[in-house]
Every structure is written in structure tokens, then in C-alpha cells.
Design a protein around this ligand. Structure first.
Ligand code: ADP
Ligand code: MG
Length: 368
């Protein structure tokens, strides 16, 4: 197994398309590391450079602290698992797993031993001699992983392996995949555009947008401390609300003010701004679950009218109308069910308010 590190890595196609811009990150040995971002942000280009399938335009890629830029794919020992599993439909489970070993002309007795080990590990022993076209999706996934791990790769790369599945199946496969990879403890680079997959599976996530890494961190770090408004808005469902506000710092009290609210900051929130010297106009980010709603006024609350109410069993999504037409989504637990058009009273959980620079989008309170 290996650690994988990118140092100032760029991918520029045809001298002009900047697909990967100055990427810097390190995936530790044995880590499950996810690269997450919208379609076209440079995820596959990154992984193809790591696998050696694409030339590195600038920078260095290191496995176990050794530069691999000049190594051909066959010498990097990277195993790829693709979206459609890319199995040979006319071959059995056994022959699919054995395939990469046969290509390497390994002796038959050794192939047999390794295939059986992998099958045992992945619970495929009872179907080893079944044709793969008769398998369920979950079994095909296991065979595909078996084929990837049978030659003990330094790194396993998975490029959107379950993105094409429908939601229910995807959730099951996600859990199964996570269990398998956890037991394998092989360094895994997992690409996806689905934040739910990354959040559920990865030890750490690198979020990309427009070719650039936006933030690298654990799922919880990224969720609670987004480095910029892109990350805040990309992670979480329903997504983070954004609205502009003015920071008013007075002698003993501070407020955030917009046409819809005037919120007094509590001591803890206020103290975060002690060192802040930037502009007073800010972009506030607040997740729907951090919006508090009540039918009655309460201290530091403000009145808003409901636009839409969507019961979801144990919780309710309430759309609230801000002055100027923007919508603020609240997600409340329990049985609160205001009518549409009713006035309700709202405040924000101040521990979870995020403030972004209106020009750069950077989180102004981010601990660098
Ligand atoms: P992702 O995997 O995140 O969807 P890609 O790495 O496939 O993104 O693509 C990143 C950008 O590079 C896109 O704008 C894409 O159109 C462009 N791109 C990818 N491959 C090539 C190529 N071979 N030639 C030119 N442009 C490419
Ligand atoms: Mg891709």
C-alpha cells in the first residue's frame, strides 16, 4: 500500500483547458480519501494522472514519498474500479478475478490461491463458478473489487462506481462498499459528485470546483467549518441558506441586520468578530436545521411569513419568505405545522452561523 501526494499538480489540455489547477493534498497510507465535486470539475483528470493514464502538465505526484511522474501505469500498481464494473460477461466470477493475474503470467497454482483468498474475503466462494451475467448488482460490485485487489495494488481508485444506480440500490451498495473497503485497508481514492456518498464513506474529503481544490478535511470538519460559500452550499441537504446582512458592532452589543431581521449576537458569536477588520457587509450562511421556528414570538426572534410547508414524517421543511423575495428554508423536528401564509417567529442557532466575504466567498472566521 502507499500514501499518495500531489504537489502543485496541474492538468492543462491542449494548452488551454485548465482541468486541474495547482492541486496540493496527501492521502495517507490505508486512508479512504474521496474527491468530491460537480461534473467537469477535474476529478477524473486528477485520478488519470495518478494512475499514469494522463500526462501531468505541471507538478509532482508521489507514492510513499517517491515521485512517480515518469513511471508508466504498469509500474505504479494502481487498480481502477469503474462505474459499470467492466466485467467480462462471458466469464465466471473466478475467471474475472483471475484475469489481471493471468495477464501477468502468474503460475496457475498461485493464481488459484489468490483468487480463492479474495473470494473468501468478499463472500464470493459459493458463486465462484457462476457466470457474472447471472449476478446481482451487489455481487458484480464485489467481483469488480476482487479483481482490483487480487494483485495487491498500492492504491485502489474508484471513479463514480455507483453513481448510475437508483437511489435505494445506491444506498445499499454504499454501505456494502464501505464495509468491504474498511476491511481491506487498502489506500482508496474514491471519486464522486454525490456529497452523500463522500460524507457517508470517506475518512477525508477533497472538495473540487472549477479545477481547484476548495477544502480538504474530514466529513464533519467540512460540514461544520466550510472554508468558503461553495463548500457550504455543496455539502448538506437541504442546502445551506445564503442571505446578505450587515454586521453592526456597537459598544456592548453587536447585531446582524438585513431587511428581514435584526439579530443580537450572543457573547460567544460576538467574540468571534473581535479580530475582524473586514467590511461590514457579509454573506450569511445558515443550514435549514439551524433555523429555529416557533408559532409565538420569543427573545431575539423575528417574524416571517411561510411560503410552503412540507411534512416529512418526523420533520417538516418550512419555506419562509424573506423581504426582497429570497426564500429561507427551515427544517424543524417534531410536529410543528404552520399554515401556508401564516406568520411564524424565527431565529438562527448562532453556534452554526457562517459568514462569508461577499467578494471572495471565503469564510471570514475560518481557522487557517
Ligand atoms: P470530472 O471527472 O470532475 O467530471 P474531468 O476531469 O473529466 O471532470 O474534466 C475536467 C475538465 O476537463 C472538463 O472541462 C472537461 O471537459 C475537460 N477535459 C477532460 N478530458 C479532456 C480531454 N481529453 N481533452 C480536453 N478537455 C478535457
Ligand atoms: Mg469524471
Amino acid at each position: 500500500m502507499a500514501s499518495v501526494e500531489l504537489r502543485n499538480v496541474w492538468k492543462i489540455y491542449g494548452g488551454k483547458v485548465q482541468a486541474v489547477i495547482d492541486a496540493n493534498w496527501k492521502c495517507e497510507d490505508g486512508e479512504f480519501f474521496s474527491i468530491l465535486g460537480p461534473s467537469g470539475c477535474g476529478k477524473s483528470s486528477t485520478l488519470r494522472m495518478i494512475a499514469g493514464l494522463e500526462e501531468i502538465s505541471r507538478g509532482e505526484i508521489l507514492f510513499n514519498d517517491q515521485v512517480v511522474n515518469q513511471l508508466p501505469p504498469s509500474s505504479r500498481n494502481v487498480a481502477m474500479v469503474f462505474e459499470n464494473w467492466a466485467l467480462y460477461p462471458n466469464l465466471t466470477v473466478y475467471e474475472n478475478i483471475a484475469f489481471p493475474l493471468r495477464v501477468r503470467k502468474m503460475p496457475e497454482s498461485e493464481i488459484d490461491k489468490k483468487v480463492k483468498e479474495a473470494a473468501e474475503f468478499l463472500n464470493l466462494t459459493s458463486i465462484l463458478h457462476t457466470g457474472v451475467r447471472h449476478l446481482s448488482g451487489g455481487e458484480m460490485q464485489s467481483v469488480s473489487i476482487g479483481r482490483a485487489i487480487v494483485r495487491q495494488p498500492a492504491v485502489m481508485i474508484m471513479d463514480e462506481p455507483i453513481s448510475h444506480l437508483d437511489a435505494g440500490l445506491r444506498a445499499r451498495m454504499r454501505d456494502e462498499l464501505k464495509k468491504q473497503v474498511e476491511r481491506l485497508r487498502v489506500t482508496t481514492l474514491y471519486i464522486t459528485h454525490d456529497q452523500v456518498e463522500s460524507m457517508a464513506m470517506a475518512d477525508r474529503i477533497a472538495i473540487m470546483n472549477l479545477g481547484r481544490i476548495q477544502q480538504v478535511g474530514t466529513p464533519l470538519e467540512i460540514y461544520y467549518n466550510p472554508r468558503n460559500d461553495f463548500v457550504g452550499g455543496f455539502i448538506g441537504e437541504p442546502p445551506m441558506n445564503f442571505t446578505f446582512c450587515e454586521l453592526l458592532q456597537e459598544e456592548d452589543q453587536s447585531f446582524i441586520v438585513s431587511p428581514s431581521f435584526r439579530l443580537r449576537l450572543d457573547d460567544e458569536c460576538k467574540s468571534q468578530f473581535l479580530q475582524y477588520r473586514g467590511g461590514s457587509r457579509l454573506k450569511l450562511g445558515i443550514r435549514p436545521e439551524d433555523v429555529r421556528v416557533s408559532m409565538q414570538p420569543f427573545p431575539n426572534s423575528f417574524a416571517l411569513e411561510t411560503d410552503f410547508v412540507e411534512p416529512q414524517g418526523d420533520r417538516t421543511i418550512i419555506s419562509l419568505r424573506l423581504h426582497g423575495g429570497d426564500i429561507l428554508l427551515a427544517q424543524v423536528l417534531g410536529s410543528l405545522r404552520p399554515d401556508i401564509g401564516q406568520t411564524v417567529y424565527v431565529t438562527f442557532d448562532q453556534r452554526h452561523m457562517h459568514f462569508f466575504d461577499i467578494e471572495t466567498g471565503l469564510n471570514i472566521l475560518y481557522p487557517e
